[in-house]
Design a protein around this ligand. Sequence first.
Ligand code: G4P
Length: 528
Amino acid sequence: MSDSKIAKEVSNRRTFAIISHPDAGKTTITEKVLLFGQAIQKAGTVKGKKSGQHAKSDWMEMEKERGISVTTSVMQFPYGGRLVNLLDTPGHADFSEDTYRTLTAVDSCLMVIDAAKGVEERTIKLMEVTRLRDTPILTFMNKLDRDTRDPVELMDEVEDVLKIACAPVTWPIGMGKSFKGVYHLLRDEVVLYRTGQGHTIQDTQVIAGLDNPELDKVLGGYAAELRDEIDLVKGASNEFDHELFMAGELTPVFFGTALGNFGVDHMLDGLVEWAPSPLPRETDTRTVQPTEDGFSGFVFKIQANMDPQHRDRVAFMRIVSGKYQQGMKARHVRIGKEVRFSDALTFMAGDREHADEAFAGDIIGLHNHGTIQLGDTFTSGESMKFTGIPNFAPELFRRIRLKDPLKTKQLQKGLIQLSEEGAVQLFRPLRNNDLIVGAVGVLQFDVVVARLKSEYKVDAVYEPINVATARWVTSDDPRKLDEFERKANDNLALDGGDRLAYIAPTMVNLQLAQERHPDILFHKTREH
Ligand code: G4P
């Protein structure tokens, strides 16, 4: 394959994820985005709470019962001549770790804000994560068909709280019952809104030019008001600046209603035009460019039993460079072996199907029989490891205990595998045989017990344990580490991958340990 073919495929791709607070409209936007991508005939199958249908990503009973999206799925669709990969991030607050890692596999993010509520807590946290890599952010102010807050106030809040400059690309005309549409500042067009068109791609009425007398006919007295308002907005707000956008310092802002399928296409137009094509990624030895010939990629998510009939585990790999081809061989760097990708999955149109080829920015799913871990790197042969795929120090801890003590082996095996997937974190104290499960969100505990039962046939229960926090520990000086292991033995544990961690009963205890052992590094995240 010629370099120019790879370069063309790469420049054609956009890989993004949606970040939002629960209920802001992520699922609804995803449906509409897929509708535009023609990936599904009729939007409404992503979650379909009302119709009783469930999205293809809904694989666990628990998820169905709770009506939340526990899993991360991948959807690929064409839009505006480009190929777009949308990585779904679990919106539920409890599943933050998966969400964080998914954000390492995208090149841009869409931030969805409920315009009646403004910036909410979960959005703030997720924005902090995107900051780690200065990911470019687009913003969609949703639910304009309802009474919302004042748009100027909303943008001020984004700027103040999230510390990112806002550049309105569209501007709402009215809101709630009197929502009339938007003015597109860059195209100088008024796009009129009609209600009840949410399930189809509607024909929109567009009026070219703010000075167009047609506007007075349609909007009546409001047209003059709109002209004044736009004057003010232009004077008072930032203009879109591509460089600042790419640096994650400025976000283009779109207004609309996902439910009414209005404004989503403006956002998508912006995404394919401005968002970066697949970006280079860092490894421990060098920076890898997406257009390189050599194949490389990293695993950011492992998911079990997507298809309960096959009981398979799938490792999601983001391709960083080169080309994936059905049946190709690649080096599994961590274990130093060559493996064949014989039946990788791709995610075109939200469905799992066999793919013949894929390029940088695409996600492929590898069947995993226990040899693949989060963060694993695959290459054409080069020994390198992608960095920046974090594990977060858990904030919640429980001791896990078997109902039937004869199944200890099974329990350990299950917990180690679930921790490899990142479903939960496991800590085994050095001083006893406890099994301590650590999670970032409380729902993870339920998921683990449910999966231990269905996949490993063990019945486990939790008991409270006095652990407040954990830190992975390392030191540049092996002697100091040895000494620390002796002195702090009571507080030390091995995690699922046999890495040393300090488990602290209180934050004060942690602080004291840090002060007492200045040569020991206490890490809040563990890079795989
Ligand atoms: P999430 O994935 O971010 O959690 O949000 P989701 O899309 O599920 O939307 C949350 C609720 O907000 C849903 O209503 C959805 O219909 C509604 N919604 C989304 N976009 C808009 C919009 O533009 N305008 C209005 N008025 N509502 C919107 P629900 O009643 O909780 O769920 P459902 O029973 O309709 O599925």
